[in-house]
Design a protein around this ligand. Structure first.
Ligand code: SF4
Length: 315
């Protein structure tokens, strides 16, 4: 059914594919897996500019990552957010030590590896003939099959149906590129798309596929952050909470403090927006804390909000 579309796709990929992406130039499962985890919540451009190369420089092999301390991994992940990803990368490296497994079923059993990542690593590193799934691929599937709503199971069924088993590697790479270059969320270039002849959404309005989810209102949480200073050192605590676990931060309170604020900051998280008032204090600290100098703080994995709070103090 999709034979001609597959041929078109091969030709399109030869002429237009983004062959230069660094994780496409390697068969090593480790950097491929790292890129997949980074790409889950962050755009290619940001990862290329700021995160992918420094991470691999710091931890060149899976074994290096396994041997690292968790706070070193968190520090290297700083700015990428969703820190559970970094903790799971570390845990998986420690479980596997030298080599990531090859099959989807073994990969999916590891911390932080879902079906999509398992399929991507199996397909790109080990050349297993399986389809991949990311936001771009999903959008194409919705549109080619003319479906507005689907659960994961249905999406995987569509993925296997559209898949080109004869050229699995090129097919998967092309799907990501078509999704980001031609079949975008807010505009499409159907005339140049290899699926042009078979795409059902093209006969309607492609932008209606998939149906838009209603945006949830994100709650605002207020906090009061106190930066305690003593002898040029600052009081910090390492979080033991599930959220931002292992990240360092200044002392947080729910209640307003009897101090003169030095400013306010905002930090957007996926499930809430933080609005915090920042204070500077040289008085005694009652909580259990560790005192660090400015230089030492630079080596700690600090949450985005704490970075902003500290920047306020420095200015
Ligand atoms: S034909 Fe248009 S809507 Fe269909 S997959 Fe291609 S770009 Fe997307």
């Amino acid at each position: 059914m999709f034979k001609q579309a597959h041929k078109n796709l091969q030709q399109w990929y030869r002429e237009n594919g983004r062959h230069e992406l660094p994780w496409r130039q390697t068969n090593d499962a480790y950097p491929i897996w790292v890129s997949e985890i980074m790409l889950q919540q962050t755009q290619v451009k940001t990862i290329l500019e700021r995160f992918y190369f420094p991470f691999l420089k710091k931890f060149p092999t899976l074994q290096d990552l396994a041997n690292a301390r968790e706070d070193e991994v968190l520090k290297q992940w700083e700015g990428l957010g969703y820190y559970t990803r970094a903790r799971n990368l570390h845990k998986t490296a420690q479980i596997c030590q030298n080599k990531l497994p090859e099959t989807v079923s073994e990969l999916v059993a590891l911390p932080g590896i879902g079906q999509s990542t398992a399929h991507a690593v199996a397909a790109f590193a080990y050349k297993t003939p399986v389809p991949i799934m990311d936001a771009n691929v999903k959008r194409i599937l919705y549109r080619v099959f003319g479906v507005k709503k689907a659960n994961d199971k249905a999406l995987w069924q569509m993925a296997y149906k559209l898949f080109d088993e004869e050229h699995p590697f090129e097919y998967n790479q092309a799907m990501m590129d078509i999704g980001s270059l031609l079949c975008q969320a807010k505009q499409t270039d159907c005339d140049n798309c290899p699926f042009s002849d078979v795409c059902k959404a093209k006969l309607d309005d492609p932008l209606l596929y998939p149906e838009k989810k209603r945006k949830k209102r994100v709650p605002i949480r207020s906090k009061h952050i106190v930066i305690h200073e003593h002898n040029n050192k600052f009081a910090l605590r390492q979080r033991e909470t599930r959220f931002l676990n292992g990240m360092w931060g200044f002392i947080e309170h729910d209640e307003e403090q009897e101090l003169e604020p030095i400013g306010t900051i905002k930090q957007l998280y996926s499930h809430f927006h933080l609005h915090a008032t920042i204070y500077h204090s040289t008085s005694v600290v009652e909580e259990e804390v560790v005192w660090y100098s400015k230089k030492e703080i630079e080596t700690l994995a600090l949450s985005g909000a704490d970075h902003k709070a500290f920047a306020l103090l420095k200015t």
